[in-house]
Design a binder for this molecule. Structure first.
Ligand SMILES: Cc1ncc(COP(=O)(O)O)c(C=O)c1O
Ligand SMILES: N[C@@H](CCOP(=O)(O)O)C(=O)O
Length: 416
């Protein structure tokens, strides 16, 4: 695997073997001396680096904090999170036509999405830095997770949402967990710009995935996935397919793989192909891959029923694009119709997911049909959020309730 540098040469800035490094210019920074989100020298994205990277054998315990040896702290603000199922989906596997298909269902985290893994670490760091107010922009799930973890930590939370574009379940969560919810007349990317401006003025601590500590928590999805798959199948998957919005998870996956290769737990041959899926109406990452570009171009007009991935300018693209390329993966766009079909396919295997999550399965099906994915591949699809996050989408994709009289004979008649 072609690697971005993952140097373990400890810079002066390191604190207890942990530091921040700019992925563009290589500048190094102390991790907890000051609040910083991007490189002060060149504004590049920052990555958390360590003086050593642990092997699988060094992990013990449960959930996200099982992987503490690969995180900046021993424990965090926890609900707890992680230990999500790696489902078998035999009918879907047969129908799609691959050798192995597993579904890692991150919707089974405490607030119903993978964001909890990022927040358990992110809110711990916020405490370390002594900040008072936490904030994020969100298409819904980040706000639900931030509100819950902020509440757990007894901290003030502020969330900025694109007005009219967030699923009901997610707003209900942020509201009940006590976040102050601001609805912005704009899309997610506009909300993120506003929150970044507030963070730069020191008015709030930003806990979107631009914050490199969020991705440290999210990389545990992939440690857990690889350990679980290997325990069941005796090998690693050929491909991991995941939905991409702000591309934080795609970046976290690549970091997890690089760390495991560096530790010696994975060989280059073991590394799965990172395969990102976006909705056709919101696919700047796919466009960059298809056109062989180094950077994404912003889409101002983004449209998809999968509101969680309705994002026109994925901030983590500089981390995600090299990962897709270095692992021999790809990116693909799918229609909203294909996403709904995949949501039904998963539901019929008992796996309830929100629309954005189903994009992974829709993408796999499309890539299998076009021959990009081979029939003999072992594949894991990531499903990122729970069905109940977006009850309107679930009801629209499901069957209509049938009104019947209050009488058993009439019910039997109705059933025919
Ligand atoms: C349910 C769900 N799936 C997928 C994504 C995309 O993840 P990422 O932004 O890390 O690409 C998000 C949020 O962005 C989400 O909420
Ligand atoms: N789907 C996300 C979008 C924001 O992503 P983040 O990972 O940068 O916080 C959400 O749930 O808000």
């Amino acid at each position: 695997m072609a690697q971005l540098e993952l140097s373990t040469r400890v810079p002066e800035a390191a604190d207890d073997g942990v530091w921040l490094a700019c992925i563009e210019c290589g500048a190094t920074l102390a991790p907890f001396a000051a609040v910083v989100y991007t490189c002060p020298e060149c504004d590049g994205l920052l990555e958390v680096r360590y003086d050593r990277y642990p092997t699988f054998e060094e992990f013990s315990g449960r959930g996200v904090w099982r992987y503490a040896a690969a995180l900046p702290f021993e424990a965090g603000v926890s609900l707890p999170e992680g230990d999500t199922p790696l489902h078998e989906v035999p009918r879907l596997r047969e129908d799609v036509g691959v050798r192995t298909l597993r579904v890692k269902h991150e919707g089974m985290n405490p607030t119903g999405s993978f964001k909890d893994r990022g927040m358990t670490v992110g809110v711990r760091v916020a405490r370390e830095l002594g900040v008072e107010r936490l904030a994020c922009a969100s298409t819904g799930n980040t706000s639900a997770a931030l509100a819950a973890y902020g509440a757990r930590a007894g901290m003030e939370t502020l969330v900025l949402l694109p007005a009219g574009k967030v699923a009901a379940g997610k707003i209900a969560q942020a509201s009940l967990h006590g976040a102050r919810i601001l609805e912005v007349d704009g899309n997610f990317d506009d909300c993120l710009e506003v929150v970044q401006a507030l963070a730069e003025r020191g008015e709030a601590y930003l806990l979107n995935s631009l914050n490199p500590f969020r991705l440290e928590g999210q990389k545990t999805i992939f440690f857990e996935l690889l350990e679980g798959f290997h325990a069941d199948e005796g090998r690693y998957p050929d491909r991991i397919v995941l939905p991409a919005g702000n591309a934080g998870n795609t970046a976290a996956l690549y970091k997890a793989l690089r760390e495991l290769v560096r530790a010696g737990s994975l060989t280059d041959d073991d590394v799965p192909k990172i395969t990102a899926v976006q909705a056709e109406g919101s696919a700047p990452l796919v466009e960059a891959i298809e056109e062989g570009r180094e950077a994404v171009e912003r889409w101002d007009d983004v449209q998809t029923r999968a509101t969680a991935i309705r994002i026109g300018y994925p901030v983590n693209a500089p981390k995600a694009l090299p990962g897709i390329r270095a692992t021999g993966g790809t990116a693909v766009a799918v229609t909203d119709g294909a996403i709904t079909d995949a949501q039904r396919d998963l539901a019929r295997e008992g796996v309830g997911v929100e629309p954005a999550s189903a994009a992974s399965v829709a993408g796999l099906r499309k890539l299998r049909e076009s021959g990009v994915v081979d029939a003999d591949e072992d594949v894991v699809c990531l499903t990122t959020g729970h069905l109940l996050k977006d009850p309107d989408a679930a009801a629209a994709a499901g069957t209509e309730p049938e009104p019947v009289p209050n009488d058993a004979d009439a019910v039997l008649d109705h059933l025919g």
